[in-house]
Write a protein that binds this ligand. Structure first.
Ligand code: C5P
Length: 408
């Protein structure tokens, strides 16, 4: 279950080509268990039909303040009172100006003005041409909207429908969805600086070959997303993976265990929580050949010698900051059997307060997983669920332990 399950979202569309993304956003929201009530301006109807939006949301669309379907003939009051949040996506330059001015001559702006401001948050996903976005009037309006309490979700950069390239595209449906879910998440890690390693490492044999493993990085990325949603400042050190960076997360890409070690050492000084989910190679080839190692036809196979990689987690866990309690360290153990015994032994060996065990073959590359949390008090199972859900549960468990540590 995401934070959006059971939430009632009033999705307002103003005029813009990006209206097509709002169709997909509606699907994502309803799939996550939210109910979506669509309200459209006249201009939005030029870009997408109310028929499409009704079909996707499963609810009749509202477009007029004179809509007589409401018993009291006050759709602006009824719609805004029922909302857990109002999201304007796309929010055009004109609609932003209308919000700033408190205009109320059509249903969507009237409804935004009439919303109970303390109880019903207003989020906006702007969408416009890059010159319109950069214009001082738009930037002034943005600043004013933020000051008036709206949550501005930002814009994307890239190709625009007009053929120009730059800032001002509406965020993709998945990005808006992620921002909205993060908005509703309890801020359990507010003020924490969380450093996470994720994915495999790649240890070069020569310029075209190397040793790696089957870790996809999905668990670490899910934890990064959940930690950011919980209000933490998150840095993600990622090995070679094919995953999109979670919104609002600082990402440092690395390749080898040594690269990862360097990146972590640089960041750990500022972190308050370190979560080592990466599947770091234990050994690397002692020498990486400068050129491709060639088969010479003699039938002789090359011999590889290995040296041990630094243990990133154990090193960080032994640092002064970790030992003084300023940095809380969490390790992972990917095992194939005897999970509790191996995880408990690994917790002691690494010197970390919390060790999370999982079964390697059952998690690598999968979208779901099951976790076994082992700490000084004992162990606790987090049963099989999506990695997104397990990321949220792990964040909750870590927040609980941080609170207990700081309690007098
Ligand atoms: O020793 P093992 O690889 O089983 O330990 C797994 C845990 O230690 C994981 O949290 C992993 O990220 C971390 N680790 C590390 N550096 C290594 C090896 C493992 O940080 N060289």
């Amino acid at each position: 279950m995401t934070e959006l399950a059971g939430k009632h979202i009033v999705l307002g569309l103003s005029g813009g080509v990006a209206c097509y993304k709002s169709a997909e956003l509606t699907r994502l929201l309803t799939k996550a268990g939210a109910t979506v009530q669509v309200v459209m301006t006249e201009a939005a109807e030029q870009f997408i039909t109310p028929v499409t939006m009704q079909a996707l949301s499963g609810r009749p669309v509202y477009a007029s303040q004179w809509d007589a379907r409401e018993g009291n003939n006050m759709p602006h009051i009824n719609l805004s009172r029922a909302a857990d949040a109002i999201l304007i996506a796309p929010c055009s330059a004109d609609f932003m100006a209308r919000l700033v001015q408190g205009r109320a001559d059509e249903l969507l702006s009237l409804m935004c003005l009439a919303r109970p401001i303390e109880r019903v948050p207003l989020l906006i996903a702007p969408a416009m041409n890059r010159e319109m976005w950069a214009h001082p009037a738009t930037q002034r309006n943005l600043a004013q909207l933020a000051q008036d309490g709206a949550q501005v979700l930002g814009v994307g950069c890239g190709d625009q429908a007009c053929g120009e390239v730059g800032d001002g595209r509406m965020l993709e449906a998945e990005e808006i969805f992620e921002e909205l879910a993060a908005f509703f998440a309890p801020k359990l890690l507010a003020g924490q600086r969380v450093l996470i390693t994720a994915g495999p490492t790649f240890e070069a044999i020569d310029p075209v070959r190397g040793i790696t493993n089957l870790s996809s990085g999905k668990m670490g990325f899910a934890i990064a997303r959940a930690a950011r949603a919980a209000g933490a400042d998150v840095t993600l050190v990622a090995g070679p993976v094919h995953l999109a960076t979670p919104r609002g997360v600082r990402r440092i890409d690395v390749r080898s265990a040594q690269n990862m070690f360097q990146a972590v050492e640089g960041q750990a000084q500022a972190a308050t929580v370190f979560i080592a989910t990466a599947a770091v190679a234990d050994w690397r080839p002692a020498n990486s050949a400068e050129h491709k190692i060639k088969k010479d036809g003699s039938g002789q196979v090359p011999t590889l010698a290995f040296v041990e990689n630094p243990d990133i987690l154990a090193t960080v866990a032994q640092s002064d900051r970790a030992r003084s309690g300023a940095l809380y360290c969490v390790g992972f153990a990917a095992e194939s059997e005897h999970l509790l015994a191996h995880a408990s032994a690994k917790r002691a060996r690494k010197g970390v307060p919390l060790l999370v065990g999982n079964i390697g073959p059952a998690t690598f590359g999968q979208d779901d997983n099951a976790l076994l949390l082992v700490d000084a008090q004992g162990h606790r199972e987090l049963p099989r669920a999506s990695k997104a859900e397990l990321g949220r549960q792990l964040v909750l468990e870590i927040a609980r332990r941080l609170r207990a540590m700081s309690a007098p």
